[in-house]
Write a protein that binds this ligand. Structure first.
Ligand SMILES: Nc1ncnc2c1ncn2[C@@H]1O[C@H](COP(=O)(O)OP(=O)(O)OP(=O)(O)O)[C@@H](O)[C@H]1O
Ligand SMILES: [Mg+2]
Ligand SMILES: [Zn+2]
Length: 652
């Protein structure tokens, strides 16, 4: 989108920045490589950071999150993580719960022995969250603090400390003050005997880097067809090509260690659609989290330390709940719901992010409310289907986005959310909206999409979607009507009205100052001096009333209103603040309306003259130009907005 690309650095600069970071990246990378024998490892690396070396996968992940953390600027003192900040919008509570899981698991709590299950509606950000964790781990393993070491050539890149025999471990603990947990894997056990004659101090150790592509520290499992899915996908199978080399199917060196649980060792295993897998898989995974080991055919238990993050949707989850024998399994999971956001401004950020990653979108101009109407629509569809009237839901949408709503205290939003835990678990998904927008863009010839185009595109998408039943279709179309009436009309009117002024902000402030002067004089029974004629005159009661009438302040209520305004103005003055339109919401509306009405005649010109003369055309084009320059429209959408508002006013 135009507004975004212009603020970025020029392309050539971006290119050279990127090349620079590539160079730095490889330099860091090279400097950080390390390899040596276990003996060298213990003497140098381990000695310097025993605690860091023995971290579990949960502790490691929590350290990674903390390394990406920040807590400045948030009055609630909550820990936030940069990793999610620019990618996931409006689901801070959910992210907070995920962070809490890792914090608790890292501290040794029981939750670390349970599988983390993300449960949420389609395209609600579950996969994105796991991807961010994976990318975070990859990047962290490149840093000094995130250095990880493993036995060279080990198929599960296990900790070198596993080489230390059990009989020596108590002494080890006394020497270094840390505990070794875990057993040498069958593969390394075999190599230790065959290649090193049992001399574990000579076994090579290396620094490893987490990499999903390299199958180190990240594993992903997606069920294709549950009926043909083989447990071998998770834990591998005999590698027939190697059997002849090692002479025995039972030799761990003849095993193909290609399963996802091996790749994920030391890091994170993502289980996509986990409840679709066979129960046999589930047991294996739950044992893995709880006991930190897996049983593979003829080998002894294989010790593995990894964090399992799984996700699923509600349909699968309900099916799963219905089978009583699953109860024991549920007990061994930590379930975190990932609902859609209910903040329409955050929802719009999602669309903006998704749009700006597509070429077709970047070439099209969207008017400033196009994404917001879509996001208000989505949020409306996610609110409770309660008896509550639509008017309440309209208020709620504004409240949940942090806007002031008359008659509701700001703190009430949180209470309302608590009262409706189902909100955000169903309704329109970001993907639905993005698909509708794509269709609109493909269909539009002009490289400009207006809010009305978006509303129509959404309506088309609803009506042509065979998955939605008739009743829901009607309901969703009703939401579109509400979005237009209760949100868009207000927004576009305000834009057009403001564009009628050279500097709306300045004129509004002047009017506000004048109002205050007159009110103060009137309350103090003073006269005012005319700046030009220097004549003394009484306060302009007619002016005061014409402002106040815009927000229906009655004759009998005017005194207390004026006193309240003066009190607020004095308060601001004492604090050293300027009393502005933002200081007083009702006065803000009054001043705006007063100014708007004083300029409406220009808008009347738009509709009244079929063939406008030069002067009219000139006046109109000035307004259009301001819409473009200051309010985010392009020529096409500015004209549309102007016409639209003119029709609206004609109906008033
Ligand atoms: N809260 C959010 N903030 C930012 N982007 C989001 C958010 N929710 C969804 N998205 C975006 O929507 C798209 C779909 O999300 P994602 O694939 O993560 O959802 P999911 O929950 O895994 O869905 P599914 O159940 O269909 O697999 C992604 O591109 C993601 O970036
Ligand atoms: Mg997904
Ligand atoms: Zn090993």
């Amino acid at each position: 989108m135009n507004t975004e690309t212009t603020t970025k650095a020029p392309t050539s600069e971006r290119h050279s920045d990127f090349l620079k970071s590539l160079v730095e990246f490889t330099r860091d990378h090279r400097a950080a490589r390390w390899s040596g024998t276990l003996s060298e490892f213990l003497e140098t690396i381990f000695r310097n950071d025993a605690k860091g070396i023995v971290r579990t996968s949960h502790q490691y992940t929590w350290d990674m999150l903390r390394a990406n953390g920040f807590d400045e600027g948030f009055s609630d003192g909550k820990f936030r993580c940069q990793l999610f900040e620019d990618e996931l919008f409006g689901i801070d509570d959910t992210i907070g719960r995920v962070l809490d899981y890792f914090k608790a698991a890292s501290a040794g709590s029981e939750v670390g022995r349970r599988l983390l299950l993300l449960l949420g509606p389609p395209s609600g950000g579950k996969s994105s969250m796991v991807i961010l964790l994976k990318r975070g781990l990859e990047a962290y393993s490149q840093t000094d603090a995130g250095a990880l070491y493993a036995i060279h050539g080990c198929p599960v890149h296990e900790s070198p400390l596993h080489l230390i025999p059990h009989t020596l471990r108590p002494q080890f603990r006394q020497t270094y003050g840390v505990e070794i947990t875990g057993e040498l894997c069958p593969h390394c056990t075999s190599r230790l005997q065959h290649e090193y004659g049992g001399d574990f101090m000579q076994v090579p150790v290396e620094r490893i880097f987490i990499s999903e592509a390299g199958r180190v520290g990240v594993g992903t499992y997606a069920p294709h067809d549950p009926t043909t899915a083989d447990i071998a996908d998770l834990v591998g199978s005999v590698d027939l090509s190697k059997v002849s080399e090692f002479g025995d199917e039972g030799d761990p060196r003849a095993w193909s260690w290609s399963g996802a649980v091996f790749a994920a060792s030391r890091g994170l295993l993502e289980m996509i659609e986990i409840l679709k897998v066979k129960r046999e898989f589930l047991y294996l995974l739950l044992t893995l989290t709880q006991e930190k080991n897996v049983k593979v055919s003829r080998f002894p238990l294989i010790h593995l330390d990894e964090t399992i993050v799984a996700h699923t949707n509600f349909a699968e989850f309900r099916k799963f709940l219905q089978e009583p024998e699953n109860e024991a399994l549920l007990d061994r999971m930590v379930i975190i719901q990932v609902p859609y956001t209910l903040d329409y401004k955050e929802e719009a950020r999602i669309y903006r992010k998704l749009c700006s990653s597509t070429q077709a979108f970047r070439e099209v101009h969207l008017d400033p409310h196009a994404l917001h109407v879509a996001s208000v629509f989505a949020v409306l569809s996610r609110l409770g289907e309660s008896e509550e009237r639509d008017a309440d839901n309209v208020k709620k949408v504004r409240l949940y986005a942090g806007e002031d709503v008359e008659g509701v205290a700001p703190g009430d939003a949180a209470k309302m959310k608590q009262k409706n835990p189902e909100e955000g678990l169903s309704g329109v998904s970001p993907r639905f909206v993005i698909n509708a927008l794509s269709n609109a863009i493909i269909q539009s010839e002009a490289r400009s999409l207006t809010t009305m185009d978006v509303l129509i595109a959404l309506k088309d998408s609803i009506e042509s979607d065979v998955r939605i039943d008739g009743k829901k279709k009607r309901k969703w179309v009703d939401f579109l009507v509400a979005v237009r009436k209760d949100f868009y009309n207000r927004w576009v009117k305000e834009d057009v009205h403001k564009a009628l002024f050279v500097s709306f902000e300045q004129e509004a402030q002047q009017l506000l100052d004048k109002y205050l002067d007159e009110v103060e004089a009137q309350l103090d029974n003073r006269t005012l001096r005319d700046p030009i004629t220097s004549e003394e005159r009484k306060p302009d009661e007619r002016f005061l009333r014409s402002v106040e009438e815009k927000i229906r302040i009655s004759e009998s209520g005017k005194l207390s209103f004026r006193q309240e305004v003066v009190r607020k103005a004095m308060g601001a003055y004492k604090r050293g603040d300027k009393f502005t339109l933002d200081s007083h919401a009702p006065l803000h509306d009054a001043v705006e309306q007063y100014l708007f009405e004083s300029r409406r005649d220009v808008l009347r010109l738009v509709s009244s003259s079929a063939r406008p003369d030069d002067e009219t055309r000139q006046k109109i084009s000035v307004v259009e130009k301001r819409l473009v320059d200051e309010y985010g429209y392009d020529a096409h959408s500015a004209r549309e907005a102007l016409n639209y508002v003119t029709t609206l006013l004609a109906q008033e």
